[in-house]
Design a protein around this ligand. Structure first.
Ligand SMILES: [Zn+2]
Length: 50
C-alpha cells in the first residue's frame, strides 16, 4: 500500500514535487535536496501531506 506525499521546500514552504511511498517499508520522513523554482536554487525539501 502506497501513500501520496508532497515534497515542500524548507525555505519558502511551497510544494514543488509530489510522489508516493510505501508506508510499510519507509517509515522515516523523507528529506532531500531538490531544485525549487520559486527560490531558483537547490534547497532541502521535506515530506508533507499533499
Ligand atoms: Zn523554495
Amino acid at each position: 500500500m502506497r501513500t501520496l506525499l508532497a515534497l515542500a521546500c524548507e525555505v519558502c514552504g511551497r510544494k514543488n514535487y509530489t510522489g508516493s511511498k510505501n508506508k510499510t517499508k519507509a517509515t522515516e520522513k523523507i528529506r532531500v535536496k531538490k531544485y525549487c523554482r520559486f527560490c531558483r536554487k537547490h534547497s532541502p525539501h521535506k515530506e508533507t501531506k499533499v
